[in-house]
Design a protein around this ligand. Structure first.
Ligand SMILES: Cc1cc2nc3c(=O)[nH]c(=O)nc-3n(C[C@H](O)[C@H](O)[C@H](O)COP(=O)(O)OP(=O)(O)OC[C@H]3O[C@@H](n4cnc5c(N)ncnc54)[C@H](O)[C@@H]3O)c2cc1C
Length: 248
């Protein structure tokens, strides 16, 4: 069995993102990029599965040269090989899924781990699209994962509880916080990752089906208002909450 883990290279969640002058993309100046946080759970689960079944883990990422930093992070955690599916212009989710599906097929991977969501565009759809293109089963938002003799038993987070589902390989699993505790890359892992080569291939050609026509920041928050500082302010506060904020 060979496992693929797909990682997205995203702006650090602590970064204050600015909209670019074209109003269609973000201004990359001063933005630091990290591995998508949900993809760390995907890498960890791929590594745990590798340790149990002694198989190979290949890391895939679609994007520009800088995505190699994120691939290398997964290699430092313990993945075996990395492939950059290069495309320097942003693609929509279907384009990412097409590039991933083609390479997953080339690599003959029958188990694929992805994050449940990429924290840049937040579409939460690449995993499901990739599974559909490959005709694999898909279990999303997974918080428990067990594999035994090609049979998968997975726990999914649902509103107010958990759903347990069973399926077979080949499958795509999208990972949610709580599935595992991603390991830190050891110094040995970081040194080893520097020596691992990241293969570069052109991502399968694609013309986006969707186009970003405008990006805008949410309106600035109104400053707070102090109604009063003692109990006499309560009637006015209640009136404002009822008539202006309409929350009671
Ligand atoms: C500033 C910026 C620059 C970008 N530049 C490029 C670019 O040069 N070329 C390009 O093709 N795209 C580029 N993208 C797009 C980006 O690589 C992905 O397409 C985007 O992050 C997918 O978002 P999504 O919400 O559809 O993913 P979701 O559906 O929310 O992602 C779910 C899961 O799918 C997997 N996944 C998502 N995207 C990728 C990916 N790109 N590679 C591997 N696995 C992935 C991850 O496991 C992720 O957790 C850029 C995006 C941004 C914000």
């Amino acid at each position: 069995m060979k496992i693929a883990v797909c990682v997205s290279h995203v702006p650090d969640t602590a970064t204050k993102v600015k909209v670019g002058v074209d109003e269609k993309s973000i201004d990359p100046t001063g933005v630091t990029y990290i591995i998508n946080p949900y993809d760390e759970f995907a890498v960890e689960e791929a590594l745990k599965t590798k340790e149990k079944f002694n198989c190979e883990v290949v890391v895939l990422s679609v994007g520009g040269e800088n995505n190699k930093e994120t691939i290398r992070k997964a290699l430092a955690m313990g993945a075996d090989t990395g492939i950059l599916l290069k495309d320097d212009s942003p693609r929509d989710s279907f384009g990412v899924a097409k590039a991933l599906a083609e390479e997953i097929k080339n690599q003959c991977c029958d188990l694929v781990f992805m994050g449940k969501q990429s924290v840049d565009y937040d579409n939460s759809i690449v995993g499901q699209l990739t599974a559909e293109l490959l005709d694999y089963s898909c279990v999303s938002i997974v918080v428990d994962f067990k594999l035994d003799n090609n049979k998968i038993i997975a726990g999914r987070e649902i509103e107010g509880g958990k759903e347990i589902v069973e399926t077979q390989l080949p499958a795509v699993i999208t990972t949610q916080k709580g599935l595992n505790e991603p390991r830190y890359a050891s110094l040995k892992g970081i040194m080893a990752a520097k020596k691992k080569t990241i293969e570069e291939k052109a991502a399968a050609p694609y013309s986006s089906l969707t186009e970003i026509i405008k990006m805008k920041k949410p309106p600035a928050k109104q400053p707070g208002r102090i109604i009063g500082t003692d109990a006499s302010a309560v009637p006015e506060l209640v009136r404002l909450l009822r008539e202006e904020a309409k929350v009671i």
